[in-house]
Design a binder for this molecule. Sequence first.
Ligand code: NAD
Ligand code: IPM
Ligand code: MN
Length: 348
Amino acid sequence: MLIALLPGDGIGPEVIAETRRVLEALSLDSLHFEEALVGGAAYKATGHPLPPETLDLARRADAILFGAVGDPDCDALERHLRPEQAILGLRKELGLFANLRPAKLFPELADASALRPEVASQIDMVIVRELNGDVYFGEKGMRTTADGKREGYDIMSYDEDEVRRIARVGFETAMARGKKLCSVDKANVLETSQLWRDVVIETAQEYPDVALSHMYVDNAAMQLVRNPGQFDVIVTGNLFGDILSDQASMCAGSIGMLPSASLDSAQKGLYEPIHGSAPDIAGQGKANPLATILSAAMMLRYSLNHATAADRIERAVAMALANGARSPDLGGTLSTREMGDAVLAALT
Ligand code: NAD
Ligand code: IPM
Ligand code: MN
């Protein structure tokens, strides 16, 4: 099994280094690692954020473990050269349309959440975010209006096949859990969302056992902090899913805790924390590596058929937290390396 390691920028290399140590400690002789440049690091070395060799490695690999991209030095580059284009390009080129972002609170972290412990402790959900369409991939540009003003535009659209395939992932995910699916949209304003809602309702006929509900995205943002326990699975578009998952992370204690899987139609996957390159703490050993370590567990489970190894990692993370391991985002003082050490020490 070949794993492509793409550390990227900022804290990406720091959290990937700890994750690699944990994977190596599992002593699964079937795992091999190959590393490549991506994002700002790749741009600085090669002039492109997603060099052909990196894309080639990602295609050859059985699974991809991704850190994060984004570098303030690159913010003034033309858009197609910016680090973020690397992750967007990988998702699109590899057809990774289904992004699973589980959000659950480790009981030990009840005090780390921004919510009251009795509210936060209810959160145990999966956000299923569409990843290949929406306003992210529509036509975009800058133009000058007739009266000489600058105008930026980004077209938002979904076609019915795109909605149907992600709706099915939402229903399947719900079937494997609590059989409740909440589709989040803005159908009161957006035609894109009206189609979304219509197609989700049609798809529901294939899943009579799932209780389907619909919620506008503004209300969903509010409900996530009012009562996160009401959600089992949320299915939503690319932009709304991006925003709601960062918000859900704070119910679970920290953005440094949430992993994700981005899957194609054949369970090929890219695995990454939901957070970014965190330039404000990069290079200081302050990053929490647990989101990335938990992403590696998802990789073992979904793409590498190693459920027992995935369980071992998740148990070790829970044990490390139970033993009091806390990085600064969780209110503690452990460094990135020490958090990795704590997980390694708890690995059985
Ligand atoms: P961010 O997620 O990088 O950081 C937001 C805040 O959370 C920061 O204060 C940061 O210090 C903190 N944080 C994030 N991860 C943490 C961790 N593991 N441990 C402790 N604290 C953590 O979001 P941002 O600041 O909006 O973006 C920074 C850069 O990252 C931008 O260039 C953005 O485009 C990029 N980004 C990339 C990805 C990705 O690669 N998939 C995701 C999000 C943002
Ligand atoms: C994420 C990030 C990316 C997104 C950016 C970096 C393109 O925020 O993975 O959540 O918006 O999808
Ligand atoms: Mn995001």
